[in-house]
Design a protein around this ligand. Sequence first.
Ligand SMILES: [Mg+2]
Length: 181
Amino acid sequence: MKRIAIDMDEVIADTLATHVEWYNRDYKDELCIGELEGRSLLEARPEAQVAIESYYEREDFFRNIKVMEHSQEVLRELSEHYEIFITTAAMEVPASFHAKYEWLLEHFDFLDEMNFVFCGDKSIIRADYMVDDNIRQLRAFKGKGVLFSAPRNVYETEFVRVNNWLEAKEWFMAELEEARQ
Ligand SMILES: [Mg+2]
């Protein structure tokens, strides 16, 4: 089976939506996701840097992030045809390790936990495909990169793009078909 390396934040975990929701709730702001096209939360609210970054220190934040729509059912299905690895640049936020691990066990219990990869620079990852919202990680990857849409990357055109997990499923099933021919 071919291997897919799948990112966590903004791909199977709806981190940005949760971040904006908690930030708005705690700091009485009314920021909309729509305001974040082509830029990060921090770029949209530089004056709130301390507030925004405070969540990266909180295990309860990482533990309660919403699951990206359709990611569970699609990964379950894809795991019958592909070897699935979850590859997250967790080194960027060390306080998230334990919560991320528990989050994966809870929401993706059908995956082998030995396939959870907590890393920093993803260029070390060897797989056939990488699904990520971060263009920098895809550029460093040696296999085929698939860009998962996130507000920040809407203007990127360098990689194949999937807008959601239903599109990702179609794309990966089409790849299987192509390989059979
Ligand atoms: Mg990500």
